[in-house]
Design a protein around this ligand. Structure first.
Ligand code: HEC
Ligand code: HEC
Length: 610
C-alpha cells in the first residue's frame, strides 16, 4: 500500500496500545486520532483534555461553529478539545441532520467509549441537530433519507461519485452532511481505516467528473505519465464544493431560526400505497419545551371505512424539521401492512410554518408509509384535499368533494373556481369542512393540473383534468423486498398502478403527460429472464391481486438447486381492469422487483423522535 494513509498507519502502529473505556481501540480509530490530532493519550484514557491536548483542529482554516450547550461541551469535550472561540475540535466543523448526529454519537459510544446516557444523548442530538444542523433548503433534497424512502437515487452526479460514495450506502448519507474542506478529507481517511472496501473504491480510476450543470459530466482523460485521478479525489472535490460547512442558506437560516410555534389545528391529507387517500386533522399542543409537542390525529379513508385516531408527540429541530411518533390504541399484533399501528413521523415545515410535508412510516424495513401534507387551519378558509383525484374532460355532472376548514357560510357556485373548461353547476352540500359540487367538464379542455378555489382559499395544481388513460406505470418502478419470516423479519412490497393521460401533445411518455390517479388493476409476477432456465418466480414469494408482495422465507432452501436462498428478480405486472389501449387490450405496466436476503445490519435512528 502506498500513499498518506499508509504512512499514518506505520506511525500509529508504533504507538502504545490505546485503550478507551477499558477496551482496545480498533486500528481505524487510532489512525484517525493520529491523523486528526484529535486527542492525546490522556484524553483517550477518559480524562478531559485541559490545555495539554494536542492542538485541536490544527489543520482547520475555516471558522468553526461554536458549541455553546454545557452538557455537549462536558460530554463531548472529554475528547474533542475546545479552543478559545468555543469550538470543539471536529464537531464545530460539521453540520448534519438529527439522524446524522445520532449516528455519529452512537459511534462515539460504541467505538470510542464516550460515556453518555440515552437521555444525555437525546439532549445532545437535539442541541447539535439544531445548532449544527442543515438549513431547510439543504435538508429538503435529502428528506427522503430521513423519511426512509426506498428510492432510486437520481442525484448522483457522475459514475465516479457513485463508485466512491454510493456503493455501500445511499448517496444521501454524505449529502446529509456539511463539512469544512478538511473534515471531508478526514471522513475519507476514517472510511479507509474502518470499512475494508472503502480504500479500493476510492482508488478506482475516475472515469468522469461532474460538470458545472447537474447531470452533465466531463470525461476524465488519462494523461500519459501522470498519476490517474481517482474516484475518491473526484468525490472529495465535489463534496467540498456542493456541501461546504458555510453556505449562504445556513448563514441566513441561523439568523432566521426561531421556536417553531406549531400549536394549533392542522389539516392532514395523506395517501398510503395500496390503501388510497385519507383526510383528517392533527391537533398539536405545546409540550415540555418550545420545541416539543403532543399530537392527536384523526384520519379517515376517503373511500370510506373506520377513522384512525392516534396520540403522539414530536420534537422540532432547527425550527422546521419534525420527528414524531404516534400510537393507535389497538392491542395485539396487526397484519404487517395494517395502517392502524405505531407510526414514526418525519416532516419538514415550510419556513412560513403554514404547511408541512413528509412521511409517516412503520414496518421492519420502514417499507410502509403515508405520504403526508399538513396545512395549517388557523381560522381562515383553507383547502386540504379533494376527492376523487381527477375530472374527466367531456363528462357532465361529475361530483367533486373539496375538504378543508373554515369555509364560509352561504357559498354559491360562483365562489368555487376550478379553472377554464370546468363549470361548477351546483353546490350539492356545504359545511365549514366540506363542499360537494357538481362539475361539467368541456370536451375541449386540455389535460393538465388545475387549481381549486373556494372563496379566498386556493389549492394549487391539485386537480388533474384528463381525457383518456394512455398508459399505466407501476409504482414503485424499482423495488426491493427482503426474504424473511423464519429467522429474520420479512420486508414487504406494495405496488400501485398509476394512470397517465398523454397530455396536450397526445404523445405518451413526454413532459406534458398528466398523472391522473390510481387505476384498478390486477397484479401478478413474471419471470425476469437474467439467466438460462431462470426460475426465480417459483421461489421469491407471492403477490396478491391488489399488489401486495409477501416474500418467501429466508433460506437456504433445500428444494432449490444448490441449496440456494429464495432470492431473485422478477417483474411485477399490473393489468388494468377497465383502462384499455387503442386496440381494446387492457393496459399493462411493469415494475422491477429484487427480492434479496434480509438486512443483517440495520442502521436506524428511531430515538431522534423523543
Ligand atoms: C472517548 C472519546 C470521545 C468522546 C467522549 C467523543 N468522541 Fe467524537 N470522536 C472520537 C474519536 C476517536 C473520533 C475519530 C474517530 C471516529 O470518527 O470515530 C471522533 C470523531 C468524531 C466526529 C467526526 C466523525 C465523522 O463523521 O467524521 C464527530 C462528528 C464526533 N466525534 C462527535 C462527537 C460528539 C457529538 C460527542 C459527544 C456526544 C463525541 N464525539 C464524544 C472520540 C470521542
Ligand atoms: C466501503 C463502503 C463505503 C464507501 C465506499 C463509503 N462509505 Fe460512507 N459509510 C460506510 C459505513 C459502513 C458507514 C457507517 C454507517 C454506520 O454504521 O453508522 C458510513 C458512514 C458515512 C457517513 C456518516 C458519518 C459517520 O461519521 O459515520 C458519511 C457522511 C459517509 N459515510 C460519507 C461517505 C462519503 C462522502 C463517501 C465517498 C467519499 C463514502 N461515505 C463512501 C461505508 C462506506
Amino acid at each position: 500500500m502506498m500513499g498518506p494513509v499508509a504512512e499514518h498507519e506505520t506511525e500509529t502502529s508504533q504507538a502504545p496500545a490505546w485503550a478507551v473505556g477499558g477496551r482496545r481501540m480498533p486500528r481505524g480509530a487510532r489512525l484517525l486520532l493520529a491523523s486528526a490530532a484529535l486527542v492525546t493519550a490522556s484524553a483517550v484514557a477518559g480524562q478531559a483534555v485541559s490545555g495539554g491536548g494536542a492542538p485541536s483542529a490544527a489543520a482547520e482554516t475555516e471558522e468553526g461553529i461554536p458549541v455553546t450547550d454545557s452538557l455537549t461541551r462536558e460530554k463531548c469535550g472529554a475528547c474533542h478539545t475546545a479552543d478559545a472561540k468555543g469550538n470543539l475540535s471536529r464537531i464545530s466543523w460539521v453540520r448534519t441532520t438529527p439522524e446524522g448526529w445520532d449516528q455519529a454519537i452512537k459511534r462515539m459510544v460504541r467505538l470510542n467509549g464516550a460515556a453518555v446516557t440515552p437521555e444525555e444523548a437525546r439532549h445532545i442530538v437535539h442541541y447539535l441537530g439544531s445548532s449544527h444542523g442543515l438549513a431547510p433548503e439543504e435538508a429538503k433534497p435529502v428528506a427522503y433519507f430521513a423519511e426512509k424512502r426506498m428510492i432510486d437515487e437520481t442525484n448522483i452526479p457522475s459514475e465516479s461519485l457513485r463508485t466512491a460514495c454510493a456503493a455501500c450506502h445511499a448517496f444521501a448519507q454524505p449529502l446529509s452532511w456539511r463539512r469544512s474542506a478538511h473534515e471531508w478529507k478526514l471522513l475519507q481517511d476514517f472510511h479507509v481505516a474502518l470499512y475494508s472496501q472503502a480504500d479500493a473504491q476510492y482508488r478506482r480510476p475516475a472515469t468522469d467528473e461532474p460538470g458545472d450543470v447537474f447531470g452533465q459530466v466531463k470525461p476524465v482523460a488519462a494523461k500519459p505519465g501522470a498519476i490517474p485521478l481517482t474516484s475518491g479525489e473526484v468525490a472529495l472535490a465535489y463534496l467540498r464544493k456542493v456541501a461546504p460547512l458555510h453556505s449562504p442558506e445556513w448563514a441566513a437560516w441561523s439568523q432566521r431560526e426561531q421556536s417553531p410555534h406549531l400549536a394549533g389545528k392542522w389539516l392532514v391529507s395523506a395517501s398510503l400505497p395500496g390503501k388510497g387517500s385519507f383526510f383528517g386533522t392533527m391537533e398539536v399542543s405545546p409540550g415540555a419545551t418550545g420545541e416539543a409537542f403532543a399530537t392527536r390525529t384523526t384520519l379517515a379513508p376517503l373511500s370510506g371505512g373506520p377513522v384512525i385516531t392516534t396520540n403522539g408527540g414530536g420534537v422540532v429541530y432547527g425550527g422546521y424539521s419534525w420527528r414524531g411518533k404516534a400510537q393507535t390504541g389497538i392491542a395485539g399484533k396487526p397484519a404487517p401492512d395494517s395502517f392502524d399501528q405505531p407510526l414514526r413521523e418525519v416532516m419538514l415545515f415550510t419556513p412560513d410554518r403554514k404547511s408541512a410535508a413528509g412521511r409517516w412510516f412503520w414496518g421492519e424495513y420502514q417499507e410502509f408509509g403515508f405520504d403526508v401534507t399538513l396545512t395549517r387551519a388557523d381560522g381562515a378558509p383553507v383547502i386540504g384535499a379533494i376527492s376523487p383525484g381527477g375530472i374527466q374532460a367531456g363528462v357532465k355532472g361529475q361530483t367533486l368533494t373539496i375538504l378543508g376548514d373554515a369555509f364560509p357560510a352561504g357559498l354559491t357556485a360562483r365562489d368555487i373556481d376550478l379553472g377554464h373548461g370546468l363549470a361548477v353547476t351546483k353546490i350539492v352540500s356545504a359545511s365549514p369542512g366540506e363542499v360537494v359540487v357538481s362539475v361539467d367538464a368541456d370536451a375541449g379542455v386540455a389535460a393538465g393540473l388545475h387549481d381549486v378555489t373556494v372563496g379566498s382559499a386556493v389549492l394549487s395544481a391539485a386537480l388533474p383534468v384528463w381525457h383518456r388513460i394512455a398508459y399505466i406505470k407501476v409504482a414503485p418502478e424499482t423495488a426491493l423486498a427482503r426474504l424473511g419470516g423464519a429467522a429474520h423479519p420479512a420486508g414487504y412490497g406494495q405496488f400501485e398502478a398509476w394512470g397517465y393521460d398523454a397530455g396536450p401533445d397526445g404523445k405518451p411518455y413526454t413532459a406534458d403527460d398528466v398523472k391522473v390517479g390510481v387505476v384498478d388493476a390486477d397484479f401478478s409476477l413474471e419471470e425476469f429472464r437474467a439467466t438460462w432456465f431462470d426460475d426465480d418466480i417459483d421461489f421469491v414469494g407471492k403477490i396478491s391481486k391488489a399488489g401486495f408482495f409477501t416474500p418467501n422465507l429466508d433460506g437456504p432452501n433445500p428444494q432449490r438447486s444448490g441449496n440456494r436462498n429464495n432470492y431473485g428478480n422478477v417483474w411485477v405486472v399490473a393489468t388494468a381492469k377497465s383502462a384499455r389501449d387503442a386496440h381494446g387490450q387492457p393496459l399493462v405496466g411493469k415494475a422491477y422487483l429484487v427480492v434479496t436476503v434480509p438486512s443483517f445490519k440495520r442502521i436506524d435512528q428511531p430515538e431522534v423522535a423523543q
